[in-house]
Design a protein around this ligand. Structure first.
Ligand SMILES: *Cc1c(COP(=O)(O)O)cnc(C)c1O
Length: 386
């Protein structure tokens, strides 16, 4: 057994990342400035999209995109129960009502047939979430959106490298929000990006990310700038800083390499766990290039004498950190009490939740770390198989 605890998730910060941040500090531009603009440009090039707007989180990006799309009180926005709460919280921030459509139990992504059932005359938008880095069925979602004139906002917090039928996520929906939170595939500590090909939408998002101001600090304080600005809307303070963008630039440059390590670990896990009938490995549909943000293992509980929570405790005793993605949003007290959700409302999300564990998977893990995770899981399965 390992001597040291293996942390569930860590960023990969190397000397080039540190140098880039120091460069930003020495330049005196520490908030949104040249590095943020450069990061926006390079990210847009990488994704292959016309516009990329850097923000201080994915949550902020999701909120801004909904605001820019005109979502407000009286509207309904459909999303998945199997996501981080912020995908739904932002709907509430706009005054609209979140509507949950149950998941496909295999991919754990939103089930398009369930979305169809939840559409009403008030429905204005859909927020699909590419859970773990596996893409949603975007053709079906875009078709449904066209039929009902819905705005499609992709939550790509896990999907910075994900492809759907050969297309990078970020190029398909009306807008896409990415996360650069500390443990995400590309990490700036806190940070996010919204991509879109719609110029008017991009302008609104940009303006609303900085107080609704007609010119940002970079336009005002640089040599060619002017002191004059106007407030066009009561906007938000959601911009990225150059210190974050510095990390974004160096992380983007090594994304391919980091993804290579993620894939190696995922393949090793699949090889080991695929042989065990007590476990179900993550799917990879033929339309997918998986970003392997998360490795979500499903337990076949009927073949084990312990439940998911006990399995996690056993992994902890083996010095392996884990997490669960996610507690279905409608089960959280605010959502349960406000909307009166009950057990059985989202049967697929609820039963899936009982059997999932996210294992450590990140580029900083050594080959030995990966083998330690495998051995720990194997030992627990052997001990508790029925
Ligand atoms: C991490 C995460 C977010 C929020 O990202 P932030 O950048 O922390 O705001 C949103 N949705 C999902 C699915 C996430 O995992």
């Amino acid at each position: 057994m390992r001597k040291e605890f293996l942390t569930y998730g860590l960023p990969l910060i190397e000397e080039d990342d540190i140098a880039e941040v120091v460069d930003s500090l020495r330049s005196n531009w520490i908030t949104k400035g040249p590095k943020t603009h450069e990061f926006e440009k390079r990210f847009a090039e990488y994704i292959g999209v016309k516009y990329a707007i850097a923000v201080n989180s994915c949550t902020a990006g999701l909120h801004l995109a909904l605001v820019a799309a005109g979502i407000s009180e009286g509207d309904e926005v459909i999303t998945t129960p199997m996501t981080f709460a912020s995908s739904a919280n932002v709907i509430i921030h706009t005054g609209a009502t979140p509507i949950f459509a149950d998941i496909d139990p295999v991919t754990m992504n939103i089930d398009v047939n369930e979305v169809r059932k939840k559409i009403t005359p008030r429905t204005k938008a859909i927020i699909p979430v590419h859970l773990a880095g596996h893409p949603c069925e975007m053709d079906e979602i875009m078709e449904l959106a066209k039929e009902y004139n819905l705005f499609v906002l992709e939550d790509a917090a896990h999907a910075v490298y994900t492809k759907y039928k050969g297309k990078l996520i970020g190029t398909i929906g009306d807008a896409t929000a990415f996360s650069f939170y500390a443990t995400k595939n590309l990490a700036t500590g806190e940070g996010g990006m919204v991509t879109t090909n719609d110029e008017a939408l991009a302008d609104k998002i940009r303006i609303m990310s900085s107080h609704g101001m007609s010119r940002n600090a970079w336009n005002r304080y640089s040599a060619s700038g002017s002191w004059y600005y106007e407030i066009l809307h009561p906007g938000y303070k959601y911009n990225m800083t150059d210190i974050q963008a510095a990390l974004g630039l160096s992380q983007l440059a090594k994304l391919e390499r980091m993804q290579g390590v993620r894939l190696e670990i995922a393949e090793r896990f699949n090889e080991a766990f695929g042989k065990m009938p007590e476990l179900e490995i993550p799917p990879e549909k033929e339309y997918a290039r998986h970003a392997w943000h998360l490795y979500i293992l499903k337990l076949n509980l009927e073949k084990l004498s312990i439940d998911r929570t006990e399995f996690i405790e056993e992994l902890k005793k083996e010095q392996i950190g884990t997490s669960v993605h996610f507690i279905p949003v409608p089960m959280h007290p605010f959502y349960r009490d406000t909307f009166g959700f009950q057990k059985g409302d989202f049967p697929q999300a609820e039963t899936t939740f009982e059997r999932i564990i996210s294992l450590p998977l990140y580029p900083k893990m050594s080959k030995q770390d990966t083998e330690d995770v495998i051995e720990a899981v194997e030992r627990i399965v052997e001990r508790f198989r029925k």
